[in-house]
Design a protein around this ligand. Structure first.
Ligand code: NAD
Ligand code: TYD
Length: 369
């Protein structure tokens, strides 16, 4: 039975809150739960940007701490100073291409950083762990919860028309997904060994505002705008299952508040697209928005060398979270994609800022094709 204790005060540490998904989660929690204190801990790597949170940075229930999740002393200070009783862990290195050129950064943040957080949480919560109910929803007064936000890429690559279930065996294929799989395993191992109350969710590809323009959708929008080539890997036949980022944030809210300790929830949009079809759709939308002749932007499409070990298809069966927690996506892809394009066209300063300087040099060296 769910207890309705949303009015209770909570002190929630959100890691990676300056990044793409994290900033949407921080915004949602700060605005929807004024009775909570939200502490956003982020190292502000190339992917983290406080501009993403301008609209909530002065909210009385919000605090930002610049720190690395691998820094146990800094993380422990945050737990003590703010009496943290819930963690929503999103901080990660998140781009597959970068994981291919620099796997160690992924091991460091995604594996060692996650284990560092787990150790600090375990120590900070040690007096409360013995009494917790393993099947609790984590909502009771005095209860603590570690929520690990993960990816469907841990399940590997689909080569038939099946879908990823929570019971699908792990089979990570890239250094990124291997590091996320390792961190998922550590979270579950701490639950089993030390009785740390946890939940895990594995989500499909997100899209929306504030997405760093190294990932497919914002990269293509930015390149179309700048009349630059649109690099499609291989034949463009790989399939991804796209979910609007604000729907992922609402799913994270549902899992944090209503998920059962020890459970995993797959999150997805029932929205599979071949990369090349998606790029053509974006070209059509951009032609309209920019007043270009139909077919103009598609001339920029350039097929480039495939990504090493490129996973063919990801697709999520999200029936468990719908059945158990009553969550489902709120908008269609058509609506979400148009909102997304509109946001980037209204925020070209943001795009120009995050693609300037150090990032651009890194990008040109690593990914020049
Ligand atoms: P992102 O790269 O946009 O943001 C990551 C954030 O983590 C940044 O703000 C960065 O500064 C911060 N960070 C990185 N290393 C850190 C460290 N050592 N210490 C503290 N902060 C650090 O990533 P995203 O796309 O928002 O993804 C967030 C989480 O969701 C990740 O765990 C990712 O694996 C997961 N996820 C992402 C997707 C997706 O489609 N983007 C899908 C499913 C799951
Ligand atoms: P990406 O956004 O990097 O997400 P992920 O690899 O985690 O799924 O890539 C989405 C798909 O788009 C993936 O199949 C790789 C492909 N892709 C391109 O074809 N060109 C690009 O420039 C990028 C960044 C991705």
């Amino acid at each position: 039975m769910q207890r309705n204790t949303l009015s209770a005060e909570r002190r929630i540490l959100i890691t990676g809150g300056a990044g793409f998904i994290g900033s949407h989660v921080v915004r949602r929690f700060v605005k929807n739960y004024p009775q909570y204190r939200i502490i956003n801990l982020d190292a502000l790597t190339y992917a983290g940007n406080l501009e993403n949170l301008r609209d909530v940075e002065k909210a009385p229930n919000y605090t930002f701490v610049k720190a690395d999740i691998c820094d146990a002393v800094a993380v422990a200070m945050v737990f003590t100073e703010h009496a943290i009783d819930g963690v929503i862990h999103l901080a990660a290195e998140s781009h597959v291409d970068r994981s291919i050129s620099d796997p160690m950064a992924f091991v460091t943040t995604n594996v060692i950083g996650t284990v560092t957080l787990l150790n600090v949480a375990r120590e900070a919560w040690k007096d409360r762990l013995s009494g917790h109910s393993p099947l609790s929803s984590g909502e009771g007064r005095g209860e603590v919860r570690f929520y690990h936000v993960s990816t469907d890429e841990v399940y590997g690559s689909l080569h038939d028309d099946s879908l990823f279930l929570e019971s699908t065996p792990y089979d990570p294929q890239s250094p990124y997904s291997a590091s996320k799989a390792a961190s998922d395993h550590f979270v579950r191992a701490y639950g089993n060994t030390y009785k740390l109350p946890f939940v895990v969710s594995n989500c499909s590809n997100n899209y929306g505002s504030h997405h760093f323009p190294e990932k497919l959708i914002p990269l293509m929008i930015n390149n179309i705008r700048n009349n630059k080539p649109l690099p499609v890997y291989g034949k463009g036949e790989n399939v991804r299952d796209w979910l609007w980022v604000e729907d992922h944030a609402s799913a994270i809210d549902a899992v944090f508040h209503k998920g059962v300790n020890g459970e995993t929830y797959n999150i997805g949009g029932h929205n599979e697209w071949k990369n090349i079809d998606l790029v053509h759709l974006l070209c059509r939308i951009m032609d309209q928005k920019l007043g270009r002749a139909e077919g103009e932007s598609a001339k920029l499409i350039t097929y480039v060398t495939d990504r090493a070990g490129h996973d063919l298809r990801y697709a999520i069966d999200a029936s468990k979270i719908e059945r158990d927690l009553g969550w489902k996506p709120s908008i269609t892809f058509e609506v979400g994609l148009e909102r997304t394009v509109d946001w980037y066209l209204a925020n070209t300063e943001w795009l120009d800022h995050v693609t300037s300087g150090a990032y651009l040099r890194y990008y040109e060296v690593q990914y020049a094709r």
